[in-house]
Design a protein around this ligand. Structure first.
Ligand code: BTN
Length: 222
């Protein structure tokens, strides 16, 4: 696919820049990336550690013909796409923790942030690629592909695989529907059935045992 890619040495956040491009009508598939983010955004208003040249930090504008109730499943599709890209580029098989954390062992190596902007979706993906250490407050919960595999990896190759995998998984969602993605996610994640989990909802968290995904892509807990 021939797509516009806007790449920066340093940005506050690729989300902010991509949101402005989406407002101005940039086409589906437009990518904003940065070697470093000064104010990388995570879910629930948290920050995303974005050290220079170590991770992959991108936001892609998506204009998909999907009903609005497909948004939770789009998030799952992006998680699957990211896991596939990491596997193809580095041989690392990640687990998926609903809704969109990628784990290597029990630590997080990638995250996804989906925001609506008018009729567009801005899909932000952060992958910890070549970090060899994290700030004290993240040490217990974060890892990188390099730390998990013992090898350095090319961010460029990972970006290529990621954009291909996003196209593939958005295509599956549009052509085969929500159930196809829900089935794939359920098969790829060890968290979907029979796991005692704490689901992070920002200010509160829910404790329970997982009992599968419902038809909207939400995790059910007992
Ligand atoms: C999360 O797991 O909390 C979501 C993290 C999303 C991080 C990415 S990095 C690229 C894009 N720009 C941002 O500021 N955030 C997302």
């Amino acid at each position: 696919m021939n797509r516009p890619i806007h790449w920066f040495d340093s940005l506050d956040s690729t989300m902010t820049y991509a949101t402005k491009l989406a407002e101005d009508g940039s086409p589906s598939g437009t990518v904003v990336g940065a070697d470093e983010q000064r104010r990388g955004q995570g879910r629930y208003g948290r920050s995303w550690h974005s050290a220079k040249n170590e991770g992959l930090y991108i936001s892609e504008i998506l204009r998909l013909s999907l009903p609005s109730d497909a948004m939770p499943v789009l998030t799952l599709a992006l998680g699957l796409a990211t896991a596939e890209a990491i596997f193809k580029a580095t041989d690392l098989a990640c687990d998926l923790r609903w809704p969109n954390d990628l784990l290597a062992g029990s630590k997080k190596c990638a995250g996804i942030l989906v925001q609506l902007q008018g009729d567009a979706v801005v899909a932000g993906i952060g992958i910890n690629v070549n970090q060899t250490e994290f700030p004290e407050e993240l040490k217990q919960i974060a890892t990188s592909v390099r730390m998990a595999t013992g090898r350095e990896h090319s961010r460029e190759v990972l970006l290529e695989r990621l954009l291909e995998s996003i196209d593939t998984h958005c295509g599956i969602l549009m052509e085969q529907g929500k159930d196809a993605i829900i089935r794939m996610f359920s098969e790829s994640s060890t968290y979907v059935w029979g796991r005692r989990v704490t689901v992070d909802q920002g200010e509160r968290s829910l404790l329970g045992v997982t009992e599968g995904l419902d038809h909207s892509g939400f995790l059910t807990l007992r």
